[in-house]
Ligand binder design. Structure first.
Ligand SMILES: [Zn+2]
Length: 79
């Protein structure tokens, strides 16, 4: 994991990402492949529409939930 604050994927936007858009382009990706875009509150609608009209959008997940999902499933370390 990096300490960098995640930034919105919208062009020119430097806002913190609050959402993860999960997508797949069936023309170039295998069905199980997942690409992700990050979005701030303002661009979530715009970016998800962009993917949605093309039929690419699979899921929209809160960034904190996405991060929790990505963590390894092992038991917590006790010092
Ligand atoms: Zn943005």
């Amino acid at each position: 994991m990096s300490d960098e604050t995640p930034i919105c994927s919208a062009k020119g936007c430097r806002a913190d990402a609050l959402w993860v858009l999960v997508w797949n382009n069936p023309k170039v990706h295998t069905p199980e492949r997942r690409k992700t875009w990050l979005a701030c509150e303002e661009h979530r609608e715009h970016l998800s529409q962009f993917l949605g009209v093309r039929g690419f959008l699979k899921d929209v997940i809160k960034f904190e939930d996405w991060e929790a999902r990505e963590l390894p499933q092992g038991p917590p370390e006790v010092p």
